[in-house]
Ligand binder design. Structure first.
Ligand code: NZQ
Ligand code: ZN
Length: 401
């Protein structure tokens, strides 16, 4: 039997290597310098976003921590949400000019992803964008992170997502070399987030769990159960964190769940989906909306469209996670109710529910679907759970109107 055939019926063969050193808890960011030194950094690029880390005083703490360890540094701020290639090129040049040997990302997924792109590009002779067109990253400068928003999971992943300004192509790359050497996770740092951004993060974390839950691999009970536990945690803690930005406990649970949702410990040994992410990335590339907000609109549409592919899988998550009663005569009713409950949950935490609320336009659907299936390096289809062509993707976008 071919390995591919085998994997459709049993847990797939896999390797899993996640060497990030996690430092979790209140005020741990004051030890950033210690960890940079421990992982070999002597001249650091501090990379950050649009101002929140400056305003909160976090950057000053990081500077002091590096100074206390005698570590020299230069700074590059200005990473925008949905980070662009322009700043990456700037960072690569800066690293080469200043002989940087370690990059410290202080911020959210956008800052971390930009740092990863710079880390890979700084030690590569070609154009860093090659990595976002299919080349595997096998070499990069070491990076560390100080996370300020629970969402993308980039603090524990080997992934990076960058938008190429020419053509606005938002594409991902992956590689073990991109996994952070260390990540500092202080839940208190997320308390300055607006409720909307907190909710976007919660939505993204749920999406990372769904993308793995929607699998064609049979009998993967251990990872199914891990995903369900993390989803239940998000459903319980999410609304608390949105309602009260000072609630440390909910933010602590969400922060660790966000890392666990995306470092792939829940995704090993099973096929994964990623349809919602691929379809969403076109929205955040074109409209510059928050990734999580885009996912809130995309997920119910994708799940409804793909429901018939495996009704029992959608019914399973409806019953086990959303508390829907199983209708054995009509499992599709149970499955649909699960999707509707997800929709209501997302609305309750303040997420948009359709194209108009997101700022997307019906007349762009053809372009969005074409870019999703054919743009740049894509080959005509998208999706892991169900293979979808351009017409399918158009129909899914229409469900979001
Ligand atoms: O730039 P600043 O001023 O820091 O403001 C940010 C930004 O406006 C703000 N923010 C972050 N922490 C804050 C804060 N404001 C107040 N207090 C704080 N503590 O929040 C806004 C969003 O930040 P961003 O970094 O963009 O958020 P997120 O972590 O959701 O990252 C989104 C990016 O990650 C990509 C997305 O596509 C998107 O580009 N993804 C990366 C993945 C990966 N590398 O593994 C996987 C994900 O699926 C995702 O695609
Ligand atoms: Zn995501």
């Amino acid at each position: 039997m071919e390995a591919g055939d085998f994997s459709l019926f049993y847990m797939d063969n896999f390797t899993f290597y996640s060497p990030t050193y996690f430092v979790f808890g209140k005020d741990e960011e004051i030890n950033a310098g210690h960890y940079v030194k421990r992982f070999g950094g002597s001249k650091v690029l501090i990379h950050f976003g649009g101002g929140s880390a400056q305003k909160s005083g976090l950057l000053d703490k990081i500077r002091s921590s590096l100074k206390n360890e005698g570590i020299r540094f230069v700074e590059l701020g200005g990473v925008k949400p949905n980070p662009r290639d322009g700043l990456v090129y700037e960072g690569i040049n800066l690293c080469r000019k200043e002989n940087i040997d370690f990059i410290l990302a202080v911020g959210g997924g956008s800052v971390i992803d930009s740092a990863k792109a710079i880390a890979a590009g700084a030690v590569y002779d070609g154009d860093f964008w090659d990595y976002y067109e299919g080349k595997t990253v096998d070499k990069a400068l070491p990076i560390g992170t100080v996370l300020t928003i629970s969402a993308a999971g980039s603090e524990g992943s080997g992934d990076s997502v960058i938008t190429k300004e020419k053509g606005m192509f938002k594409r991902a790359t992956t590689g073990e070399a991109l996994r952070p050497k260390f990540s500092i996770l202080d839940p208190a740092l997320t308390q300055t987030l607006p409720a909307y951004q907190t909710a976007c993060g919660i939505t993204d974390i749920l999406a990372h769990l769904y993308e793995r839950y929607l699998t064609n691999t049979k009998d993967v009970e251990v990872t199914d159960r891990m995903i369900e536990a993390l989803m239940l945690t998000m459903i319980k803690e999410g609304p608390i964190a949105v309602a009260d930005s000072n609630d440390y406990q909910s933010r602590a649970n969400i922060m660790w769940a966000g890392m666990m949702a995306h470092n792939n410990s829940c995704g090993v040994g099973r096929s994964q989906d990623w349809t919602s992410h691929n379809i969403e990335h076109e929205l955040s590339a074109l409209y510059d909306c928050a990734h999580g907000a885009g996912l809130a609109v995309v997920m119910p549409a994708v799940f409804t469209y793909n429901l018939k592919h495996d009704v029992m899988r959608f019914a399973k998550v409806a019953v086990r996670v959303w508390g829907v009663e199983m209708d054995f005569e009509h499992p599709e009713v149970t499955a649909l109710e699960g999707i509707n409950t997800l929709r209501r949950f997302l609305k309750s935490i303040g997420m948009p529910g359709n194209f108009a609320e997101l700022g997307a336009k019906e007349e762009d659907i053809d372009e969005l679907a074409h870019k999703c299936c054919y743009g740049d390096v894509n080959t005509g289809t998208t999706g892991g759970f169900v293979t979808l062509n351009e017409d399918d993707v158009k129909a899914i976008y229409r469900l979001m109107l």
